[in-house]
Design a protein around this ligand. Structure first.
Ligand SMILES: [Ca+2]
Ligand SMILES: [Ca+2]
Length: 149
């Protein structure tokens, strides 16, 4: 007997385990901590991407998902999740699609950030209080994936 593969979902459909936040998108918090690259890869495999904040409203609207799930596993920095901004040889932080932080619409750095501590902070995170920090890419954090509406 030939086993039939289940049909693939249409590309723009969202995963049922994602939370809809009206006017912003679908979000899923992963409480098992991963490095920035691992987290990015997991989001891509789910048809989404690592959280990118586009406005204060988006941060405020998506934060309750984070607040409802405080039990992060193996996180190296409680109260922080990564965001999808990274700098390479340039000094500018860019998203995967090459958009600058300023153009993304949310440029609120935490106190004394970005400081490129140890010359080794090429990835970005957001603190639960809303400030961005640059951080080491191999720091393991719980993370949020986002799919735009
Ligand atoms: Ca966004
Ligand atoms: Ca930093």
């Amino acid at each position: 007997m030939v086993q039939r593969m289940p049909p693939l979902p249409p590309q723009r459909s969202h995963r049922r385990d994602y939370n809809l936040v009206s006017n912003h998108g679908y979000y899923e918090l992963h409480t098992l901590a991963k490095t920035w690259d691992e987290a990015r890869r997991i989001c891509l495999s789910e048809g989404s991407r690592l959280l990118v904040l586009n406005s204060v409203e988006e941060f405020t609207a998506s934060k309750p998902i984070w607040d409802r799930n405080p039990d992060f596993i193996d996180t190296q920095h409680k109260g922080y999740i990564p965001v999808g901004l990274r700098n390479g040889k340039e000094t500018t932080f860019l998203t995967d699609s090459g958009v600058t932080l300023t153009d993304m619409g949310y440029e609120i750095w935490d106190n004394n950030e970005p400081n490129d501590a140890g010359g080794n902070e090429s990835c970005t995170s957001v603190k639960i209080t809303g400030g961005l920090s640059d951080m080491q890419c191999d720091l393991k954090l719980a993370f949020m994936c986002e799919q735009e509406i």
